[in-house]
Design a protein around this ligand. Structure first.
Ligand code: PLP
Ligand code: TYF
Length: 397
């Protein structure tokens, strides 16, 4: 019966972790999977998370089902975090929100919602995260790529992007990244965000903002600019929200899908379909991570601790960017990659071919995605000069 199924390759990014683990060269460097590492190379459990987890475990006296929409205090607090304390949307009734298994679960439910709504095409800037196309193709939607990254400057090709966005209409979704674009680290500026949101309002396409690194570019409020600008300007909006990175809850599969509807009635309809799609895929999201987040966001003291830890992570990522740019400037690469300094979040896309990334791994024990994407969290003061030298010799050869 299953004889006609071909063997498929592993997820190329998740598989990088396996390959890194079996590399026994002591000087190996991990620039692969998108997981935060501190300057000691550790992905810590955040102190606020550990404290909330202990409280959750003490308080939990049953594993009986919780409401499918959300564990108490999770979905509504995530909407507050995304849309802002002062937003009138939560009180307006125009919000539908459900807890999901991570950001990926939210993306999957959003694809089903789009298909049920009659949307035909999801439009994405080039390049985008490697999971985006498969998720929306699986939902039965066409995917179309438009310009985004300007490889020459390491910034946005805004003229090309804007011109393509101006062609979109009501059958289309424009998939945007929240702060910290994966894989480029290149985000729209606030002015550019406003322009695209105004075009969305005028042309009537649906914006969908995939938010996986909230707080890791310039802080929670600054990073939410894209969410709040669109929420003000367009009548309908979808936001996927991942707690994997900013709460360090990766394996706990914690996230949310937020839908803004034209009216309270439409929002109720959207939420009912989101719940129905969740039931179709996985019934309900796992509780553990969401209970932890709800405990943190329900306690002003714990929330303040979490915010301060997140700010430390954000500064540490920026420091690693500067380390790399400084070290590269001392090599033949000079300042040609100095844009890594100004990009956001943990990723940058380096101008390396798949053969060059292979050489970085084979010759220099530097592990990164075949696209040339690096996670700067693998950079430390004690490996950056070696890394810069390896990059210079690979790029200049
Ligand atoms: N979207 C983007 C752009 C990501 O980089 C990620 C990965 O971390 C996700 C969504 C979803 O992650 P998760 O499902 O682990 O929350
Ligand atoms: O891009 C990354 O590295 C992270 C982690 O299927 C990830 O977003 C990668 C692939 C995947 C799920 C998560």
């Amino acid at each position: 019966l299953f004889a006609n199924l071909p063997l498929l390759p592993a997820d190329p990014i998740l598989d990088l972790g396996r390959v890194f683990a079996i590399d026994n060269r002591p000087h190996k460097i991990n620039l692969g999977i998108g997981v935060y590492l501190d300057e000691q190379g550790v992905t810590p459990i955040m102190a606020a998370v550990a404290e909330a987890e202990a409280r959750v475990e003490t308080a939990e006296d049953t594993k009986a089902y919780l409401p499918p929409r959300s564990v108490p205090g999770f979905a509504d607090n995530i909407a507050r975090l995304a849309l802002g304390q002062d937003s009138d949307l939560p009180g307006s009734g125009r919000l539908g929100v459900i807890q999901t298994p991570g950001g990926c679960g939210a993306l999957g439910v959003s694809g089903g919602l789009m298909r049920r709504s009659g949307i035909k095409t999801v439009v994405m800037g080039t390049p985008t995260w490697s999971n985006h196309r498969p998720v929306y193709t699986a939902a039965g939607l066409a995917v179309r790529m438009i310009p985004y990254l300007d490889r020459a400057t390491g910034g946005v090709d805004f003229a090309g992007y804007r011109a393509a966005v101006e062609q979109l209409g009501p059958d289309d979704v424009l998939l945007l990244h929240g702060a910290c674009h994966n894989p480029t680290g290149v985000d729209l500026s606030p002015e550019q965000i406003d322009i695209i949101a105004d075009i969305a309002a005028a042309r009537g396409f649906l914006p969908m903002i995939d938010t996986a690194y909230h707080g890791l570019a310039h802080g929670l409020d600054a990073d939410a600019y894209i969410l709040r600008s669109f929420a003000q300007r367009v009548p309908e909006l979808l936001i996927s929200y991942s707690c994997s990175k900013n709460f360090g809850l990766y394996r706990e599969r914690t996230g949310a899908l937020i839908a803004i509807g034209k009216s309270p009635d439409r929002a109720a309809v959207l939420e009912s379909h989101m719940l129905d799609l969740a039931r179709e895929f996985y019934s309900m999201a796992p509780a553990h991570g969401a209970l932890i987040v709800a405990d943190i966001l329900g306690s002003p003291e714990l929330e303040a601790n979490w915010r301060s830890e997140l700010a430390t992570m954000q500064r540490s990522i920026q420091a690693r960017r500067n380390l790399l740019a400084d070290a590269l400037e001392k090599t033949e690469v000079g300042d040609s990659l100095s844009y890594v300094r100004d990009q956001n979040g943990m990723f940058s896309l380096l101008p390396l071919s798949p053969e060059q990334t292979q050489r970085m791994r084979d010759t220099h024990a530097v592990h990164m995605a075949a696209s040339g994407r690096i996670n700067v969290c693998g950079i430390r003061a004690d490996n950056v000069d070696y890394l810069a030298g390896a990059l210079a010799s690979t790029m200049i050869e």
